[in-house]
Design a protein around this ligand. Structure first.
Ligand code: GDD
Ligand code: MN
Length: 391
């Protein structure tokens, strides 16, 4: 549930929104009470005189940040909206999408709430978009004149660089022209946002927008990533794992890419499978039961990866044990069916054993992939009875 409060601006000179050329500044906040006044002060000093603006905070705080925002907003010469979410769905990225949906202006600038992103660049980001006809203008730390001065420590610098390379390697075309796809500071035209296809997960909302909304033209403006004004970064190792899941989800969105992902995960399952087989036979288990048990290790491994990397968005309609049961059934059926299939190919189609085995592997792989999509992760069609009872 989202609560919305609009704090009326006291200054009657402020332009009414929406209007062409105006900007909505979307700020996600999570426990930033010590930064809010400073941020709004800097926005007040550098934006409204050059560009009519409104600010939309999307807050998931557990501290008094909402109260501080409501208080500070009374002194602002522009409208301030506060959306407070009871559940932080999608984390930072989810919050930004909520803010984008609530935006009234033609341009939206997304900016952190801890003053690491200098507000005086907001008018320049929008002006660059207007001048170049770009739909997306990224404030970049990695272009001439930009800097990551405020990135705390060599470790964060290395992680940020590695993440940038990984993302650019996975999406060379979609991220062409974006030197800093990890930036959290950018301007986007509202007409270029396709909010309904976005599936934000965690910090990298720019990556989500660049890959799924596919803005036609992109421009960049260098910026210096400042030190935090107060408080600490909310990013954790957990956020790093979320980023990898986010990347996997983006990369395997197309059916063919998903099938390749399925195959790679399946191949990686040989590791726990063989390790299990080795351990069990070392313990003195006969190799036939050992094979069967070890195969379940591989199945469990594959299931975990597939759940989290491939079908994250499509799990809600079945309980986890239902999904695991169906998945395990398909995986074991694959194993049981392969031998008779090979026999069939050899005897009735006259194939050599090698060709027959290869063909059987491919066949069972495709059947298993299609089966997993259809029987485990395809949303169930609602029955007529359910329709009637729902009115
Ligand atoms: N609503 C909401 N919900 N806001 C959040 C959440 C959340 O779950 N998590 C973080 N935020 C807010 C913070 O309160 C802050 O205003 C902003 O998002 C950025 O969070 P930080 O914790 O300060 O992030 P950072 O400084 O480590 O990372 C920033 O810079 C990176 C570049 O190195 C972000 O902009 C990243 O997206 C960016 O990649
Ligand atoms: Mn920060």
């Amino acid at each position: 549930m989202t609560h919305e409060y609009t704090v009326p601006a006291p200054d009657v000179d402020t332009a009414e929104l929406p209007e062409p050329g105006a900007v909505t500044i979307v700020v996600p906040t999570f426990n930033e009470s010590a930064n809010i006044r400073q941020l709004l002060h800097r926005v007040t000093e550098s934006v409204p005189a050059r560009l009519p603006c409104e600010v939309v905070f999307v807050d998931d705080s557990t501290d008094d940040t909402p109260q501080v925002i409501a208080d500070a907003a009374r002194d602002c010469p522009f409208p301030v909206t506060l959306l407070h979410r009871d559940e932080a769905v999608g984390g930072l990225g989810g919050a930004v999408v909520e803010g984008i949906k609530a935006a009234g202006a033609d341009w939206i600038v997304v900016m952190d709430g801890d003053c690491q992103h200098p507000p005086h660049l907001v008018p320049e980001l929008v002006a660059t978009g207007e001048r170049t006809g770009a739909d997306l203008v990224v404030a970049s730390r990695y272009t001439a004149g930009g800097s990551r001065a405020g990135l705390a420590g060599g470790y964060r610098v290395a992680v940020s660089r590695g993440a940038t390379w990984l993302a650019k390697g996975l999406f060379p075309r979609r991220l062409r022209g974006i030197s800093d796809p990890m930036s959290g500071f950018f301007a986007i035209r509202r007409s270029a946002v396709t909010a309904d296809v976005l599936k934000p997960l965690g910090y990298k909302i720019l990556l989500e927008l660049a890959v799924r909304s596919r803005p036609a033209r992109v421009a960049e403006v260098p910026f210096v990533f400042e030190e935090r004004f107060a408080g600490e970064s909310k990013s954790t190792a957990r956020e790093g794992l979320r980023f990898l899941r986010h990347l996997a989800g983006l990369r395997t969105d197309a059916p063919l890419a998903r099938m390749i992902g399925f195959g790679l995960i399946g191949a990686s399952g040989f590791v726990p499978n063989l390790a299990g087989l080795w351990a069990l036979t070392a313990l003195g288990v006969h190799y036939v039961p050992a094979e069967i048990i070890a195969n379940q290790f591989g199945v469990a491994w594959n299931f975990l990866l597939i759940e989290h990397l491939l079908f994250r968005e499509r799990r809600a309609h079945r309980r986890w044990w239902d999904r695991l049961g169906r998945f395990a059934l398909l995986a074991n059926a694959d194993l049981v069916l392969r031998i008779p299939l090979i026999a069939l190919f050899v005897r009735h189609l006259g194939m050599g054993p090698l060709t027959a085995t290869a063909l059987a592997l491919v066949t069972t792989f495709v059947v298993r992939f299609v089966g997993t999509e259809a029987l485990v992760y395809l949303p169930r069609r609602r029955s007529r009875a359910a329709d009637v009872s729902r009115g």
